[in-house]
Design a protein around this ligand. Structure first.
Ligand code: AHR
Length: 641
């Protein structure tokens, strides 16, 4: 193939083109990005006196444990307590432990900051809290005194001097059995944090936050996804129950099969988005929940005459986020919770996947939310994203639409041209969730036995990259995109594949992760036209060229989805400064089995496919031949005047 890169700029590239879609799924939040180490820390959204209510907790030396609502809780938001009953025959250390989110990462020199509430009707002795291995090695401990019959908060820190050899560690709470025999104690709202990303209180797990940060995302859509919607209307994500002291957050029944603490709440998300220097896309609940309503004829949406309170709720949320400092009660509350200045907010996404109830969305839900919110914020310049099928005409007409696709590699590389013919009519596309999830058409969301991926593969990442060249080439109409889902705790997940897989201490960055990173961190300000432009006749090669006006760089992204190496005779109608270029490449490279393209980075083997850097000369500063290996993604960079 002869390929010329021209200096003709076709259009500016949307600065929000690459980012993330976020929801708590696969313990991506609780037990993942949210750095809290203790699982089920406040017994939120559990049924008292059941075994399930003790998820994450275990007895030490025969102490009897149960979760009860039969004593006054730590707060009205947290009515459940852990009841510890010491047998009358007890001797020696006795109590209970938290197993963390399938382990606890203990590192020498890290300062662990903990707290708990406790009370006891009669017991007035001491209680010892510790970080220890399951086999009994203690890495830090402290003794708490002063227990009374009303809940008191105790705080403590540990700074281990040794690193535990594995994550099979516990947070233990013990007392002397002989002194406490026959006694009952109550506990609530435990917390234990390691150092967090940028040292934020109630913050994020450092390695996971850093990994996401390192891909340079420029948008963050939250809080879902399905997890916005709730199984019932009442169980929807409620912004006002995710702010302020963690003692005031009741948590909720999440949509992915486990309780959410909501410790990672609205302000934690917005602070994180500021750290990323990204923009939020705020998903707001639009009257549709996703529980199993199989006994009903249609999805039960909130009727028009009952919708206004939910719109008012969103209006309050936007006031809380955007009101000028101290200009309203909600702005004062935001100040009190640590962020006096308003947060940036432009994009509001009305619902999630409302293709499941397009009739009511078209008839009244979209309009009531958009008009109602706009009327309250005429000067905010809010932009609204629709989530109905693009074919559904809305009033007011949508200007931005969120579309999701989980599909096979073939779907993605064939769709790399779909935006070439997208109407330039003022509407813009958000590819709000996408990933290669399977290899078989019809089984994309099925089981591994029919091709569902457990981890992103090189083949899948190449197909996503081919598709991304199409989005970038048409980034006048594609304003944003997000691979989804993002994180997966390998010990408890509901969806595969995901861009990063982790456990209590390890992370595996997938080949799709490196692909996203290469695309997002090597992005021009304008698209350059090429001769020829990619078309089905140039497959299996896909490409896009861009120019960064302030950095004076040209980027060329080339994807070869084929099973054979291909040579391109590249030329430039401008001189390349220095007569050389650099490349970063993802490919099977030195993988021992040539031609294997379904390989992945896994927790056991996280570094199978990593970007490899190289540099090369350019003849007369304007031409070169370059071989693009089978199943490869290459980003070339050239300096220009
Ligand atoms: O990303 C997983 C789920 O896929 C999202 O929650 C939902 O929006 C989509 O159906």
């Amino acid at each position: 193939l002869n390929l010329q890169i021209t200096q003709n700029m076709t259009h500016a590239i949307s600065p929000t083109l690459y980012g993330y879609m976020w929801e708590d799924i696969n313990h991506s939040g609780d037990g993942g990005l949210y750095a809290e180490l203790l699982q089920n820390r406040a017994f939120q959204s559990v049924i008292p006196n059941t075994g399930a209510a003790l998820q994450g907790w275990q007895s030490i030396s025969g102490a009897f444990l149960t979760v009860t609502a039969g004593t006054t809780g730590v707060s009205s938001a947290l009515p459940n307590s852990l009841q510890l009953s010491i047998p009358k025959t007890a001797k020696g250390p006795i109590g209970f432990a938290n197993t963390g989110y399938w382990g606890i990462n203990i590192q020498a020199g890290w300062k662990y900051t903990g707290s708990l509430y406790m009370k006891a009707p009669n017991y007035r002795g001491s209680v010892t809290v510790a970080l220890a291995s399951a086999s009994g090695t203690v890495y830090g401990s402290t003794t708490l005194w002063g227990i009374s019959d009303t809940y008191t908060k105790y705080t403590f820190t540990f700074t281990p001097s040794a690193t535990a050899p594995d994550y099979n560690n516990l947070f233990t709470v013990t007392l002397d059995g002989a002194s406490a025999a026959g006694e009952t104690l109550y506990f609530g709202m435990f917390s234990l944090f390691p150092p967090t990303f940028r040292g934020r209180e109630n913050g994020l797990r450092m390695d996971l936050a850093q990994a996401l940060f390192d891909t340079g995302p420029k948008l963050w859509r939250f809080p879902g996804g399905n997890n916005l919607e709730g199984q019932t209307w009442e169980e929807r994500w409620k912004w006002n129950e995710t702010i302020g002291p963690i003692e005031n957050r009741p948590g909720r029944v999440g949509d992915w099969g486990y309780p959410n603490t909501d410790g990672l709440g609205l302000m934690e998300y917005l602070d994180w988005i500021e750290d990323l220097e990204a923009v939020p896309i705020l998903g707001v609940w639009a009257g549709l929940s996703i529980g199993n309503y199989s006994d009903l004829p249609d999805w039960p949406v909130v009727p028009a005459d009952e919708l206004q309170p939910y719109i008012d709720d969103v209006i309050n949320e936007i006031h809380f986020i955007t009101d000028a400092e101290d200009s309203s009660e909600l702005a004062k509350l935001r100040s009190q919770y640590g962020h006096p200045a308003p947060y940036n907010l432009t994009y509001i996404e009305v619902g999630n996947e409302d293709q499941f109830a397009p009739d009511s969305y078209q008839a009244y839900r979209w309009q009531m939310f958009v008009d109602g919110i706009n009327a309250s914020f005429p000067d905010l310049g809010l932009q609204f994203l629709a989530t109905s099928p693009p074919s559904v005409a809305l009033n007011p007409p949508y200007l931005k639409i969120d579309f999701h696709q989980y599909a096979t590699p073939g779907w993605f590389y064939n769709a790399s041209y779909m935006f070439d013919t997208y109407p330039r009519n003022g509407t813009q596309w958000f590819m709000g969730e996408y990933a290669v999830t399977g290899t078989e058409v019809g089984c994309e969301l099925g089981s591994p036995s029919c091709g569902r991926l457990l981890y992103p593969t090189l083949e899948g990442a190449c197909a996503e990259a081919a598709f991304m060249t199409g989005m970038e080439r048409n980034s006048d109409v594609v304003f944003a995109s997000a691979y989804a889902p993002s994180l997966e705790n390998i010990n408890s997940y509901q969806w595969t594949p995901n861009i990063i897989t982790f456990d209590a201490g390890r992370t595996a960055k997938s080949v799709s992760y490196y692909n996203q990173q290469l695309f997002a961190t090597n992005l021009g300000t304008h698209v350059l036209s090429t001769n020829p432009t990619p078309s089905p006749s140039t497959a299996p090669l896909y490409w896009v060229a861009s120019h960064h006006a302030t950095n004076h760089l040209v980027f060329l992204k080339v994807v070869n989805t084929g099973s054979y190496d291909l040579v391109i005779n590249l030329s430039f109608d401008f001189p390349v400064v220095g007569g050389f270029g650099t490349a970063q490449q993802l490919s099977a490279g030195l993988y021992p089995t040539p031609g294997v393209y379904n390989i992945s980075n896994t927790l056991e083997e996280p570094d199978v496919i990593m970007p490899v850097a190289s540099s090369f000369g350019i003849v007369d500063a304007t031409a070169l031949n370059y071989t693009f290996p089978q199943s490869s993604i290459t980003v070339m960079t050239f300096a220009v005047d």
